[in-house]
Design a protein around this ligand. Sequence first.
Ligand code: SF4
Length: 201
Amino acid sequence: MYVARILYPVKVLGPGKRIGIWFNGCNHHCPGCSNPELWTPQERYNTTLETLLKLIGQVCKTQQVDGFTLTGGDPFAQPDALAQLLPELTKISDDILVYTGFEYEEVLHAHPELVEQIGVLIDGKYLQERNTGAILRGSDNQNIIIINGNLADKYHHYLETAQNEIQNFTALDGVISVGIHRPGYENQVDTLLRGKGLENI
Ligand code: SF4
């Protein structure tokens, strides 16, 4: 499976302190995508379920994990990887939020066994002209579909109270900016980072 990064604590892509998992690979190629570097699968991101679970287990041992956010890339570009990973994640938390560029009906038709393991699905391509700063959604054509009814109150409360924020993680080779970005953010971030001698990855 191709997974580019795991980050914790992600606080801006769902309620609480989450483990964020960025899949590598996406064929939607939405103009203005904030992660175009993750479109093409790269061998350096080729990993195994065991490696991922080891990393996740290390976090869970010492930290509070309120849920998982799977993004990328498009997790549904790797249904086999999802089929391996989702049952393991549900042992830890039923709050599994998944982003996909496909429509809900498409993934439900193609992979009903995966959809039923997901807590919340955010579907649809990113349309930069419809980036309105909506909570959790890159553009307002996307839908927040609460599949697991047990999460309804938690997510309704989150959607009513959360603010869109950006979270920056420092990595060995630069800074990873996480959250729902508004158009033009990259130039601002690049300028800021260049001033500090860092690189936006
Ligand atoms: S589906 Fe998501 S990751 Fe894929 S191109 Fe569109 S915005 Fe980028």
